[in-house]
Write a protein that binds this ligand. Structure first.
Ligand code: HEM
Length: 232
């Protein structure tokens, strides 16, 4: 048992686990974006995709994935907060002149942008998964759609983002996600010692590229619905 907890007990182990869980979350965000972009392929495409996810393994696999994702998310956040406390304890008095020439705003504010993401995900679940924040536009409120009688996820997303306040909240959240990924999506390469020598040029681009792809992709979905380019 003790051996299993060793990585959590050391700072380096915690850092590595934050990196691994972060990498899994990046894969989820990219996969989720790819699926959501199906909104541009039309109602049937995104509804069939959502139906496929819900029916995976007779509806059991979706719960395995959901619980796994929740575990990874909680571990990522808890370890990041623990690391921050440990660093503060090790250096209670801040340097008079912080040596942060190399550090970007994004890298210095990972905890802040991460906590904003926590609130965004809670709101997002209440919005699209549970239908608490706008029950009238929730897919559960619609009659089933098409010959296959699928829940209308397309309609829920389009109607959701037609509300400028909701669209605005999502767009602001995407900016924070972009800042978080700018540093976070590539920092695992540092933990694994891959950002040295010839590889450095390539690995230092991973974070910014992933961050911009996610920002542009997610924002396009929101803006297309808000501006009526994609409509019900
Ligand atoms: C504009 C961007 C986004 C759109 C259009 C979108 C859309 C959706 C929709 C429609 C669902 C419910 C699926 C269903 O019940 O069939 C969902 C669930 C979810 N989304 Fe997003 N999403 C977006 C961004 C994000 C981001 C940035 C994150 C994470 C940082 C995220 C995390 C989740 C999670 C964790 C779920 C719950 C998955 C589940 O119910 O199994 N989403 N999203």
């Amino acid at each position: 048992m003790n051996a299993m907890l060793t990585p959590v007990n050391s700072s380096i182990g915690k850092k590595a686990l934050v990196g691994v869980t972060g990498m899994l979350l990046v894969l989820f965000v990219l996969g989720h974006l790819t699926g959501n972009l199906l909104v541009f392929a039309g109602r049937n495409a995104i509804n069939e995709y959502a139906h496929f996810l819900h029916e995976m393994g007779h509806g059991v696999l979706i719960w395995v994935v959901r619980l796994g994702l929740l575990g990874v998310f909680v571990a990522h956040l808890a370890l990041a907060i623990l690391l921050r406390f440990e660093n503060r304890r090790a250096r209670p008095v801040r340097y008079a002149h912080e040596d942060t020439v190399q550090a970007t705003w994004a890298s210095r504010n990972m905890l802040l942008t991460g906590l904003v993401m926590l609130f965004f995900v809670l709101y997002h679940l209440a919005h699209f998964t549970l239908g608490w924040t706008s029950p009238v536009t929730f897919k559960g409120a619609f009659p089933l759609h098409g010959p296959d009688q699928l829940p209308d996820v397309y309609r829920m997303v389009v109607l959701g983002f037609q509300n400028p306040v909701v669209a605005g909240l999502y767009l602001v959240a995407q900016l924070f996600l972009c800042l978080h990924l700018w540093h976070g999506a590539g920092s695992w390469t540092q933990t694994l010692g891959l950002n040295r020598g010839k590889l450095r040029g390539f690995t230092s681009l991973i974070g910014p590229v992933v961050a911009l792809v996610v920002l542009v992709g997610n924002s396009l979905i929101v803006l297309a619905c808000l501006l009526g380019i994609v409509s019900v």
